[in-house]
Design a protein around this ligand. Structure first.
Ligand code: 4ZY
Length: 283
């Protein structure tokens, strides 16, 4: 763990050189090494529990809703009748919690490579781990690319909740990976991924959009505001075989709308509108 000040966690990473977000914490509750990565969990002063993998913040209880809602509801409300949904990664359970809000969904598979992340979430972050409790969820501890070999043309929506393209996460940002994922989508399927910040990681986002342009007739990037990700923003990349991901074709019912804190039909559409300089990701 890298610390600048005692009692503060500082996120130093070569992907965002010279800038580091720091959070003050009360307790360092978990510090373990799994087969795949270092797992830390903090009780912060102001952002609730914070999950950190290999020294990179994965979520805080205070603002995780922004990422989980947008990663989930942008692809799902763009599809008229999503029944089979796959989440790759997402071991904290937050995306599952959001997918489960769609009553039309019949089957939710999660494919997480590191069981220890699920165990830590279940023990310490019940607000996201509640996603595992939905009876439509099946947990698969496996490599995503291997898992989908037996699920060809099966999914309506695939959500890739990855960490950053450094170390093990790098494979989840390649054309090879998305070509493989495409084979598991139905002919009108939609894929969404963690697509980094258009502000800080323009080249990474541009590369994702280039891959999606080559594989999907419809594609785009929706920006998300979130204080505890690098630069205070992140985005989801969308690739779609049929439906226009920029215009939702369903809307949250009254009960679901009450549970949502970030996503609205208006936010869905507005998230695709980038500042002028951001449009470079489509060049
Ligand atoms: N899995 C979400 C996530 C996104 C970005 C970063 C870390 C985690 N940096």
């Amino acid at each position: 763990m890298t610390k600048i000040l005692s009692g503060w966690f500082s996120e130093l990473c070569d992907m965002w050189p010279g800038i580091a977000l720091s959070l003050k914490y009360k307790k360092h509750l978990v510090n373990k090494q799994s087969k795949f990565q270092k797992i830390d969990l903090y009780e912060t002063e102001n952002f609730g529990k914070m999950l950190v993998l290999d020294d990179i913040i994965q979520l805080t209880e205070q603002d995780e809703f922004a990422y989980q809602e947008m990663m989930t509801h942008v692809p799902l409300f763009s599809h008229p009748n999503p029944e089979n949904v796959l989440v790759i990664g997402g071991g904290d359970g937050g995306i599952l919690r959001e997918v489960a809000k769609h009553k039309c969904v019949k089957n939710i598979d999660i494919c997480e490579i590191d069981e220890e992340v699920i165990n830590v979430a279940r023990e310490f972050i019940p607000s996201t781990a509640i996603g595992f409790e939905d009876e439509r969820v099946t947990i698969n501890i496996a490599d995503g690319s291997e898992f989908i070999k037996e699920r060809q043309k099966f999914y309506d929506v695939i959500i890739v909740d990855s960490s950053d393209p450094i170390g093990p996460g790098e494979a989840l940002f390649t054309k090879e990976f998305y070509s493989t994922m495409k084979t598991a989508l139905k002919c009108d399927g939609i894929i969404a991924n963690q697509a980094e910040s258009f502000f800080l990681h323009t080249d990474v986002v541009k590369s994702i959009m280039t891959i999606f342009r080559q594989l999907f007739p419809i594609f785009g990037y929706a920006a998300i505001f979130i204080p505890t990700y690098p630069g205070g923003n992140i985005g989801t990349g969308l690739g779609s075989l049929k439906y226009d991901v920029r215009k939702p074709c369903r809307t949250p019912d009254e009960e679901t709308a009450k549970q949502l804190k970030y996503y609205t039909t208006e936010v869905h559409q507005a998230a695709f509108v980038l500042p002028k300089f951001g449009e470079v990701i489509y060049e």
